[in-house]
Design a protein. Sequence first.
Length: 236
Amino acid sequence: MSRRLSIVSAMIVFAFVSAASGCSSVSSPSVASHLGAAGIRENPQSLGHWSTRAPMPTPREALAAGGFNHIIYAVGGIGPCGYACNTVEAYDTATDTWTTKASMPTGRDSLAVRFVNNILYAVGGENEATQGLNTVEAYDPATDTWTTKAPLPEPRQFFAAGVVNNRLYAVGGSANSSWIRKTLYAYDPATNAWTTKALMPRARGGHAVNVVDGVLYAIGGGNGSHLLHEVDAFTP
């Protein structure tokens, strides 16, 4: 079975389980009838609104995105280019326009990107053969150029990344879809070197990471046998 069919199958299973558990995504008949969490009718104006913006030139999934100075960079993914695209496109939120940027040297999907000191780092991911990568490449928006940086100590896919005190952290994930890790690596752009940090309390992949007040939070994901609801916090 192809990877794309696997993704579709997973979505179908998720929809079935969600419906069975009452996690329906069906919206209420009208905005005017929306009820808040406390069962109190809300003013429709308090719900916010969505607007459609200029479409991304190349449709993709399993891509990554990072923003800096009102520009959002859409990096890699799976699309018309096949698996492991190296496409990079930039969206200007001020002008609602897209521009194509220098291609990433290594095509990949399921990667992570983060900005550190005005430089966008593309970390890990997987190639068209679904093999995990330890590749790290840095993009400079000022010159529209890529450079290769020190690789991750291990290949990583389905991991997450965050930035604390100008250091990039690669959190958990798997290598070649065969095992889930507790590993935490930190990258220092000043020395172009990775160091190993304290292991997470539990292994996880497919999770989310965010940083608040200098603390890195690892949320949810799975450990290969079941889904996780635990939240672990790392303080450098």
